[in-house]
Write a protein that binds this ligand. Sequence first.
Ligand SMILES: [Zn+2]
Length: 83
Amino acid sequence: MDNCPICQKPADSTFLGDHDHRWWCAQCGKFIISGTAAQLLENQRATLDVGKLSQVVRQHPRDTEDWMCITSYNLNELIAAAG
Ligand SMILES: [Zn+2]
């Protein structure tokens, strides 16, 4: 198990290639995060309410097969919703 890039609790991950990872986190739900978004998230972690962000991600509507995609395009939107 690795640590979830959002809440940092142990979670299952699968590398999808092209820096994308798929995460199955008990806390945040199922999501796919791009390498860029993961890096941006890491850079901002100190100033983030990660508990709140985790909640926003968990409650976010899912696309096909219950996965949600987090990219550099919607990450700021999610962070804003958590702030
Ligand atoms: Zn998580």
